[in-house]
Design a protein around this ligand. Sequence first.
Ligand SMILES: [Zn+2]
Ligand SMILES: [Zn+2]
Length: 399
Amino acid sequence: MPQESDPRVAAIAAEATEWRRHLHANPELSFEEHQTSDFVAAKLESWGIAVTRGIAGTGLVGTLRGARGQQGANAGRAIGLRADMDALPMQEMTEDLPYRSTRPNVMHACGHDGHTAMLLGAARYLSEKRDFEGTVHFIFQPAEEKGGGGRVMVEEGLFTRFPCDAVYGIHNGSNVPKGQFVITRGTTNAAADTVKLTVRGLGGHAARPHQALDPVLVASHIVVALQSVVSRRVDPLDSAVLSLCSIHGGSACNVIPEEVVIEGTVRTLRPETRDEMQRLLTEVATATATAHGASVEIDYERGYPPVVNSDGPVERARLAAANLVGEGMLVREAPPTMGGEDFSYMARTVPGCFIRLGQMDPGKPNFSTHHPRYNFNDDILPTGIAFWSSLVEQELTPG
Ligand SMILES: [Zn+2]
Ligand SMILES: [Zn+2]
């Protein structure tokens, strides 16, 4: 099994650092990862890996068969390793980063540049050694941040075209110590829904409010009333988040507008709580509007379902991580994050495991993912490359 200190892993990680920085300087938005997809495909092909393109637009799959015969116990098995490729629509604010984004308002602020480079590094290592039997599919997906590229790949037949016995994904953990693996059973990421509330009143002159119906006031009551849903209606031992993050209405200090639009997101871990949050939100917002003689139109959109890990892949990923970094750097129990992830669509189609790999350097400034000064930590590339490679060799041991 490869180790982080393996000279070949170290050499590949040095190259992967260059790829990562190239991707960081040239970020692309969800479903627009054309250059990134070309870059990944060219690398895979140069190492003799069969590439299938055009799944969910810019998505692609590299397929590699082991060299250790195709007759043994694992010959018929296949596993999928997944990385995401897209960036975020935000302006990078890092200081003095030589490879900072060259594109205004597009930034790799979630480390997907690192995930892509890490999986490419493993593909390179495995293509050279091919010390396994069976098949590994390297899945590079578009649009994790927006639009659900993982869902679209599954809908376009990812696992019927490339059957997998298990699928694994890694996300860097910006608040987890560098090199630490977090591999937990059950739910790891929340369901992420969005809601838009359009509050309708009656516009008019600010000096004659009795002849109008002020939607600014009604919207304010709705924002406050909705805060009681999580605090008073959801079991305190369960988890739910309702964040109303934007509110827009009005155009002048002396004009009562016709409508106000509120937008936000709802995060839950359990399906029943998800249904209940939608029901309560609708009930409380509608009743509050009605109490003021106004109306509210509610667009509730279900987003990514929760990521739920399967026990078998969890145990196998833990084994590979423990062999690589030792028990001291493996966290087996941790609360889920309320962040969403569209790896959920893959992990509910075939048994899956979503892994967090820490990247926080103690004593250095640390910025969370989605922060304008966030940067993927290249120091974890050897760890990730060695982990992916040893997981494949462990799972597809010649036998
Ligand atoms: Zn993100
Ligand atoms: Zn991400």
